[in-house]
Design a protein around this ligand. Structure first.
Ligand SMILES: NC(=O)c1ccc[n+]([C@@H]2O[C@H](COP(=O)([O-])OP(=O)(O)OC[C@H]3O[C@@H](n4cnc5c(N)ncnc54)[C@H](O)[C@@H]3O)[C@@H](O)[C@H]2O)c1
Length: 391
């Protein structure tokens, strides 16, 4: 359940009313008492009229300059594909509008550098839609990892053979992240295969690896097909390694996202944002569960058992009605909270949940992984690419 404190609503404009905006962003923005949907913009008339009527939105346009010129607009959400990024952000900055932009933040290294420059120079509040950063399960996992880093006590039950014969190993301080994505390519739209799931999905997951490891990446090695099945290895400057493996040949009847983090004798596993399992940290419970936002599933189960129930009910509904769009039990991946936190930032009540610099790091890694896949060899990630000097 979301616990938003109600204040004077910010007026929000959404640019790009396609799949993610119409099924996730617009319904969530409409539900948030701190936000008021004031404008919708799309180059196609049909979704504009339908969504404006459905959500009672006053203004529609096919030209985003109209909403940027409106002085009452407090926040713009760019939910087009990455074919529109730099030009829009430059214009929004010119009108002083806070920008929430979907991932990927950009499609090239020069575009990333340019966006950093515009955001720095204009000072506009800025947020990238790496929404998992705001998922309750991810926030909790970060807090557990932070507590363990601050007090990495060895559990009394840990088997330690011959500790008197050797010094502690420095590698114990590295953070190893294993991230598995089980996806079904049939659910993906044709345009997403141009550069593939790697460009579309990996900004989210490389961002999570960066969040948990919290060091500078130095090298990326990716292999496989960039559009469907691939594995990415990222090496960080302290020796930490993230392994991300994504398969588009899986099934959404099974939980999609598993993250396993090991660090100084501890394991923190985040299963599909529905549960966290922890081991090797004294005082932390083995399992915590997190509710889905979907109230349609009829069950009192929680965590992964909830997902299995939701999947069985989804299958039964699809077979009964023939409606393959039905999907029950979607976990809370932080979309609502990400908007809410960014709105608080615009009101001067907190930090942006995903600033341009951290988003740039995840986007640079994504582009480097694409390059590595194509070259068939590891590629270096330099500080000059992660932190470009913009003049
Ligand atoms: N955060 C998430 O969970 C998540 C999930 C899915 C997609 N996304 C991201 O969201 C973005 C959009 O994905 P989608 O699947 O909704 O794409 P989509 O193709 O369904 O929608 C894009 C929309 O933008 C409109 N558009 C294009 N150019 C425009 C312009 N100049 N002005 C106004 N509208 C314009 C198109 O007409 C279309 O309706 C992508 O970058 C994608 O990676 C994020």
């Amino acid at each position: 359940m979301h616990t938003t404190t109600v204040t004077k609503p910010l007026h929000v404009a959404v640019v790009g009313c396609g799949m993610i905006a119409s099924t996730v962003h617009i319904p969530l923005l409409a539900r948030n008492p701190n936000l008021r949907l004031a404008w919708l913009c799309d180059v196609q008339e049909e979704p504009l009229r339908r969504l404006a009527a459905q959500y009672d939105v006053q203004h529609v346009t096919t030209d985003y300059l109209d909403l940027l010129k409106d002085p009452t607009v407090d926040m713009v959400v760019l939910a087009t594909t990455h074919t529109l990024r730099v030009e829009f952000i430059e214009q929004a900055a010119r009108y002083g509008k806070p920008v929430y932009v979907e991932k990927p933040m950009a499609g090239t290294l020069p575009d990333i550098a340019r966006i950093l420059q515009v955001v720095r120079e204009s000072g506009i509040p800025f947020c990238v839609g790496h929404n998992r950063r705001s998922a309750p399960a991810i926030l909790e996992a970060c807090a557990i990892l932070e507590r363990h880093r601050a007090n990495p006590a060895i559990t009394p039950w840990r088997l330690d053979r011959n500790s008197h014969l050797r010094p502690p190993m420095p590698e114990e301080g590295e953070t190893m992240v294993l991230l598995r994505v089980n996806d079904d390519y049939l659910t993906w739209k044709p345009w997403s295969f141009a550069e593939g799931m790697l460009l579309c999905e990996m900004p989210h997951f490389l961002d999570l690896a960066n969040l948990f490891i919290a060091r500078e990446p130095r090298r990326v090695f990716a292999m496989g097909s960039t559009r469907l099945n691939f594995t990415i290895l990222v090496e960080y400057d302290d020796g930490s390694i993230a392994t991300l493996t994504d398969s588009g040949a899986g099934t959404l009847d099974y939980p999609k996202e598993l993250v396993e983090i090991t660090h100084r004798g501890a394991m923190i596993a985040i299963d599909h944002c529905l549960e966290i399992r922890t081991a090797g940290i004294e005082g932390e419970p083995f399992r915590r569960t997190f509710p889905s936002l979907d109230t349609r599933v009829k069950t009192d189960k929680a965590g992964i058992e909830y997902f299995y129930e939701a999947a069985q009910q989804t299958i039964a509904e699809r077979l009964r009605t023939g409606d393959h769009e039905i999907f029950l039990g979607f976990p809370d991946k932080g979309h609502y909270a990400h908007f809410d936190r960014f709105a608080a930032c615009i009101r001067g009540e907190g930090e942006t949940p995903c600033d341009a610099e951290s988003a740039a790091q995840a986007t640079v890694l994504t582009l480097k992984a694409l390059e590595s896949c194509r070259l068939g060899m590891p590629v270096r990630v330099g500080p000059e690419e992660l932190h470009p000097i913009v003049m």
